[in-house]
Design a protein around this ligand. Structure first.
Ligand code: URA
Length: 268
């Protein structure tokens, strides 16, 4: 049985190995960590709070990136922490794109169309994302596109085409999968599309507006947070689109991509 303490130590070890030196924790987490430290000093074994699945082990150095992703895809299809919740739908939607991409985009969870087609970001928000990538001079096949939550959150029997954001429990349950994908891909840069993604990858509690305009790190990989394309579809304001474009220009510069004058002045 893996305890929460073991899982936390494993996750923190990965973060440190990935070059992350600082971690923001809230009061509750600080209290738990302090208790674990005191227990460890006294030699008290970690209480098996509840069984949690260990982070999927796709890290064997002899495996290719493709093999690691294939391993993770199969793990995700029957991912017990998500299944156990009973609040996520059956079909698993993994990721799409180039396993050797330098840019990784991470969204929230599949919606109706993604579940139907089995591919992330293929509905209206996905089509807008594809257009944004095109404006950056990129195709979907140049980047790696995934979600923090691999299952469409359920809204009961009469859900139809409606979608909802994943709960904190649903995000937490799926988090080891996206963390393992990041370790497998080792992108040069990650873009969090929307607040759920930032909550998952960075543990951020603030909204996107407060998180934009700065670099964060997830397992040592630079992360930029921007608005979710579905927010742009709901909010026609030119300023929202311009904000996303400014974030993408920062990402292009970080990746050393050439930025044309036309791209630079796109929203001016
Ligand atoms: N929204 C997301 O966050 N992810 C998808 O795959 C589709 C819509």
């Amino acid at each position: 049985m893996t305890t929460l303490r073991q899982l936390a130590v494993e996750t923190l070890t990965h973060m440190v190995e990935g070059g992350q030196e600082r971690l923001a924790v809230d009061d509750e987490a600080r209290g738990i960590l302090r208790q674990w430290m005191l227990d460890a000093r006294k030699g008290t074994p970690a209480a098996p709070v509840e069984e949690v699945s260990p982070a999927p082990r796709a890290e064997q150095p002899e495996m290719s990136v493709e093999e690691k992703l294939d391993f993770l895809r199969r793990k995700a299809a029957d991912w017990k922490p998500a299944r156990r919740l009973g609040t996520l739908r059956e079909k698993m939607v993994f990721a799409v794109g180039n396993p050797h991409a330098r840019l990784m985009l991470v969204g929230e969870a599949p919606g109706y169309e993604e579940e139907r087609q089995g591919e992330p970001f293929v509905g209206p928000a996905g089509q807008l994302l594809t257009r944004i990538l095109g404006t950056m001079g990129l195709q979907r096949s140049d980047v790696y596109i995934s979600n923090v939550c691999k299952f469409r959150p359920s809204m009961g029997e009469n859900q139809g085409t409606a979608n909802r954001a994943p709960s904190p429990e649903e995000l937490a349950a799926c988090l080891p999968l996206i963390m393992a994908e990041i370790r497998a891909i080792q992108p040069a840069c990650i873009v969090c599309l929307g607040g759920s993604s930032a909550k998952g990858l960075l543990g951020a509690q603030q909204g996107v507006s407060a998180l934009r305009g700065q670099w964060f790190a997830c397992q040592g990989v630079p992360v930029r947070v921007t608005y979710h394309p579905s927010y742009l579809l709901r909010n026609e304001a030119r300023s929202a689109r311009r904000s996303v474009w400014e974030d993408m220009l920062e990402v292009m510069q970080r990746l050393g991509m050439p930025v044309s004058e036309k791209q630079q002045n796109y929203f001016r």
